[in-house]
Write a protein that binds this ligand. Structure first.
Ligand code: C2E
Ligand code: CA
Ligand code: CA
Length: 820
């Protein structure tokens, strides 16, 4: 028995003779006795040191430990089987010995064969136990490796057992569980409890394996999601238990949830999304992709993303873009094609997906259709380059085209022309018919102009009533031709609402390269030519000439100088007395503005009033004169010791401003000048815009101011019209006075006007009386009042005050005229 030879035994016996005898017996049986010790402590020490295969142990030992205690120690700590060998067999000792779960129990003295059999049985049993332990260990490690916990439910006892891992899953300390079913169920989320019970009952009744998923309560950690696979087993005694392994699937569920969410995002995103493999072959697309491109998913799977969507002329492929970017990310605009071949702009976001090793596994291409944005941008572009009212190119676009046309003409040595058109009296249309009608008129003008030009010509609106026509590669004759056509189409009546109106235009033409070599020079030249037409009575066209440039220079000199004059107070007001023709008494004065220029001396209003009107300076200038004249004459008395009457000239533009009466009221109030002593002189042209003037006239009347019609006879005001106007006085123009003595001269006309004014209960004034005969004749014709060099020139304020003091309001009798 080769096996026996290697079996190493240890003997624990305090009776030396017995020990010796046994040792011989065993050796005879072929065992090796590695030690024979007499007391408990030595036994434990030796067993530890020698690790025998088996220990034969006497129960009653001399010393502190008895055999049973030593056996427990050796078996549990060193896993060495122990056989008791004792002379005692009473119950009490037996019960104690059993507690130590010995591998055998022999009563001394024992027979050799009996001893041998007992040893062999013990060794065999130990071997089995060790094997079981090994396999249990293996199972435990396997469970551990798989992160699985074990749960056992004893159904009859309603008791639950679990290993340490289960406790940690339930957020308890890592100790085995041994608790009642109710305690256990308390650890499960309330909403899952019923389902868990139901499933376990199903396992118990059906005998089939069930799988249960449930959430735990938070406990010390976070709530978890656990999954249990459970099955019921029937024990020999009929008792039933359910064994289950439990796994933490919290992370898995969380990942799945995230995936589900991503999937929803993927499918419902407004952006088209393509997922392609590392070679840019499509593996998935979303619904937005199909909506935007028209391609169904099945049709594009496996296709090359670049080839499918891009024009062949596109720049880098998506992959090239990504590879050239260090971030693995690319964003930008591309042009794609839909399934119907239509091209569209797309805003693209490219991303790469890498695996753990860093190599690219997928490419994600998310893009949106930005056609609408492009359209909006185009619209904005159009707005930036076109006049919103007429749709014509605006100044920005004109300048651009002008530069290009000039560059072209420069290269080819051709001419190009710039026509500057300004509508005549457009402001009056705006003022009388309102801005809406003014706008309509501009649109109609734009429309007519567009129809008479060549396709290659540009017509632009600069704002207001200014239009510019640009024609490249054209002769001056063509320019004249176009200008005449423009004047002709403007001549045709325009229908605005219920009104039919007629307008005209003034056109200036500049030629490249003669009149200017760049845009601004040409524009200036055409503008100057246009102004020369305006000053020649409008409705016509003119080519630019250097003489015009001089006139334009004068204009600029006046315009800029006037602005400065207003600022630095170099304007002054002179006063020309008005005389009662019957007795020579001064009845009032007319305020006449003068400009004391530092170099050019005193400048007369004829040189600057019209320019002030055209440039709009007249508003400020007029009010300044009014205020200054009121201040100067306030408190000056006439022959009857009343406030001297003051006449102030008002130009058309100034008068037609809706807030003119208000401006007058403010000045009167500010100065404290009595309204009834103020007379405003307006010209006939003011009345051409009849409706508006009437309301302004009434507003002035309301203030108590009187109004006289200046230069009467030079305009076209119909006599019948005068009947309806609240005018106080008519001022006969000087030209009739000059003609007074000629046969068929002004006499008849003056007579007619005097009769008319008397009939209309209006006063009459005559201006420009230079000679005594004129004064006499006018007096005879029934004129009450007059002014002129015969009586006095316009005087500076100081001289007027002196004159009034000297003459005491009397300048002389017409039959005996005196020049103070
Ligand atoms: P007007 O309103 O017809 O003024 C009369 C003009 O005739 C004045 O010229 C005056 O000096 C001149 N005059 C007066 N008596 C005689 C005369 O016996 N013989 C001749 N040959 N001329 C005489 P003035 O001051 O040069 O003014 C010219 C025009 O300028 C005025 O004509 C008026 O229309 C305008 N004006 C003058 N001051 C103002 C002003 O403050 N506002 C406006 N809007 N216009 C003004
Ligand atoms: Ca006047
Ligand atoms: Ca006059």
């Amino acid at each position: 028995m080769g096996n026996l030879e290697r079996t190493r035994l240890m003997l624990v016996e305090d009776e030396r003779i017995v020990a010796f005898d046994l040792q011989l017996q065993l050796q005879e049986l072929g065992y090796e006795v590695v030690a024979a010790v007499a007391d408990g402590e030595a036994a434990v020490r030796q067993a530890e040191a020698l690790l025998p295969d088996l220990v034969l142990m006497d129960i009653h030992l001399a010393g502190g430990m008895d055999g049973i205690e030593v056996a427990i120690e050796i078996q549990s700590r060193l896993q060495i089987p122990v056989i008791f060998l004792t002379a005692f067999a009473e119950d009490e000792t037996l019960v104690r010995a059993l507690d130590s779960r010995p591998f055998g129990y022999l009563i001394k003295p024992c027979e050799t064969r009996e001893l041998h059999a007992m040893i062999q049985m013990a060794l065999a049993r130990h071997e089995v136990e060790m094997a079981v332990e090994q396999s249990e260990l293996r199972l435990r490690l396997a469970l551990d490796a798989a992160d699985l916990a074990v749960l056992e439910l004893d159904l009859p006892a309603n008791q639950l057992y679990g290993d340490g891992r289960l406790s940690s899953l339930l957020n308890r300390n890592c100790i085995p569980i041994d608790e009642s079913w109710d305690e256990f169920i308390g650890r499960i989320a309330p909403e899952d409890r019923e389902r868990v019970v139901q499933k376990l009952e199903e396992a118990a009744t059906s005998g089939r394996a069930v799988s249960i998923e449930f959430r735990t309560l938070a406990g010390r950690g976070r709530p978890r999601i656990l999954q249990a696979h459970a099955k019921a087993y029937r024990g020999k005694a009929g008792g039933e238990r359910i064994i289950s392994i439990v796994q933490d699937i919290t992370q898995r569920r969380r990942d799945e949830e995230r995936l589900r969410q991503s999937s929803v995002v993927f499918h419902t995103a407004a952006e088209a999304i393509i997922i392609a493999d590392a070679n840019c072959h499509i593996v998935a697309v979303n619904a937005a992709f199909t909506r935007i491109t028209g391609y169904e998913e099945e049709a594009v799977l496996g296709a090359d993303m670049d080839q499918l969507l891009r024009s062949r002329y596109s720049a880098d492929s998506d992959l090239e873009k990504l590879l050239s970017s260090t971030s693995g990310y690319w964003q930008g605009e591309v042009f794609y094609h839909r399934s119907n071949g239509e091209s569209f702009p797309a805003w693209q976001n490219l991303n790469v997906v890498r695996d753990e090793t860093g190599s690219v596994t997928h490419v994600v291409n998310a893009f949106s259709d930005v056609t609408d944005m492009h359209r909006a941008k185009a619209r904005l572009d159009r707005l930036a380059h076109h006049d919103p009212l007429t749709g014509l190119p605006n100044r920005v676009l004109l300048n651009d085209r002008l530069d290009r046309t000039i560059a072209q003409a420069h290269r080819t040595g051709d001419h190009c022309l710039l026509l500057f058109l300004d509508l005549d009296r457009f402001k009056a249309v705006n003022d009388t018919l309102g801005h809406a009608m003014g706008d309509q008129l501009l649109c109609q003008v734009a429309d007519r102009l567009s129809h008479i030009l060549r396709q290659s010509d540009t017509i632009a609106r600069l704002g207001g009533d200014e239009f510019v026509i640009l024609t490249g590669d054209s002769s001056p004759e063509y320019g004249a031709n176009v200008a005449q056509k423009v004047l002709d189409v403007l001549q045709e009546p325009f229908t605005l609402g219920d009104d039919e109106i007629r307008i005209s235009g003034s056109i200036g033409i500049a030629i490249f390269p003669e009149d200017g070599v760049d845009g601004p020079q040409l524009m200036r030249a055409a503008d100057i030519a246009m102004y020369s037409i305006k000053s020649q009575g409008r409705n016509g066209f003119s080519f630019f000439s250097p003489v015009m440039s001089e006139r334009a220079g004068e204009r600029m000199f006046i315009e800029q100088g006037l602005r400065r004059a207003m600022e630095f107070g170099t304007l002054e007001v002179h006063y020309q007395p008005k005389i009662d023709l019957n007795n020579g008494v001064i009845t009032g004065v007319e305020a006449l503005v003068r400009w004391r220029h530092p170099e050019q001396g005193l400048i007369e209003p004829d040189r600057f009033i019209s320019i002030a009107e055209e440039s709009g300076i007249i508003d400020r200038l007029g009010i300044w004169v009014l205020r200054q004249a009121c201040l100067d004459t306030l408190g000056l008395l006439d022959a009857e010791n009343k406030q001297l009457r003051l006449a102030v000239n008002v130009s058309v533009g100034q008068f037609l401003h809706t807030d003119f009466p208000e401006a007058v009221r403010e000045v009167l109030e500010e100065v404290g000048f009595p309204a009834e002593a103020l007379e405003l002189e307006i010209t006939e042209s003011t009345l051409q815009v009849i409706e508006q003037s009437v309301s302004i006239l009434y507003a002035l009347k309301e203030l108590g101011v009187t109004v006289s019609l200046d230069d009467f006879g030079t305009g076209y005001s119909s006599l019948s019209m005068l009947r309806h106007l609240p005018l106080d006085r008519i001022k006969i123009d000087r030209s009739f006075i000059v003609e007074l003595h000629k046969p068929l001269g002004g006499q008849a006309i003056v007579q007619a006007v005097v009769d008319l004014s008397h009939a209309l209960k209006m006063g009459i004034v005559v201006e420009g009386i230079e000679r005594t005969e004129q004064a006499e004749m006018l007096q005879e014709l029934g004129c009450e009042e007059g002014q002129g060099y015969l009586f006095s020139r316009p005087l500076p304020h100081g001289e007027l005050v002196e004159l009034l003091a000297q003459s005491a309001g009397q300048l002389g009798n017409p039959s005996r005229p005196t020049l103070h």
